[in-house]
Design a protein around this ligand. Sequence first.
Ligand code: HEM
Length: 273
Amino acid sequence: MATIDASLAPARPARRTDWLGRSATFCYLAIAAGQLLFVAFILLFYYPPTLTGNFAGWNDKPIIKGFVPGDTAGNLFFAAHVLMAAVLTFGGLVQLVPAIRSRWPGLHRWNGRLYMLCALALALGGLWMTWGRGTWLNYIGAIGITLDALLIIGFAALAWQAARHRRFADHRRWAIRLFAVASAVWFMRVGYMVWGLATGGAGIGKAMDGPFDLFLAFANSLLPLAVAELYLRAGAHGTPAAKKGVAALLTISGLVILAGSAGAWMMMWGPYI
Ligand code: HEM
């Protein structure tokens, strides 16, 4: 199949449609739209009280453990966490734009360093908030987010090492995997919204301990990672049928993400701004 395909290539290159590339661009744009809404929420809801020292403002929205009077370390960790969350989310979107990488390699390098630094700080700080400060509702959820933190740390190290050794194909693969798992907390919010819209909230428990909560605790990082992996493999050595299959998956994922992001803005973020 691959041989027939390759032999046709010189005769009709212009008629080929790069479905995989186009669907990846569509999926990226859907992610970018949803993540920019998340960034807007963080900038409008968390930045003003955090930068003016009015930490009590965090609790104007339901969270597990935001501002706690007297808990200086915990409050400072939370403050650093939400400030870096916006930098990481925006920075990740910038890193993935090919035109920025090729036109301004210096920006890509410096933004990449900042992105990895924020990813490590969010993962390590998040681990401390979970296990040190005790911010969790149930063990399975806490273990799910811990797995995400470990994946972030591992993929950041591998992406950084590959870039340092100028192994750029490897660097791209690890950076895409890092983006997938560093976006897990955002995927989780989008996932809840899509599921809520589709089922009315079936399997969601009061303490986030229903079957859907437990599934999403791990799926928020492993599902995007699996889709990223399929995309990387189809792009590297997929048959034309595999490429079309992954293109369909990316298109559906993009549509689901758009619906979930709109829901998140309307129900989770917008009402608190
Ligand atoms: C790497 C990307 C991450 C981003 C962008 C991010 C973003 C955020 C944001 C915006 C909040 C405020 C809560 C809200 O409004 O819903 C938050 C809280 C929190 N994050 Fe993260 N986070 C990330 C990673 C992590 C990781 C890896 C962990 C754990 C290992 C973690 C643990 C926490 C905890 C415990 C809270 C407090 C939740 C609460 O009190 O309800 N975060 N994070």
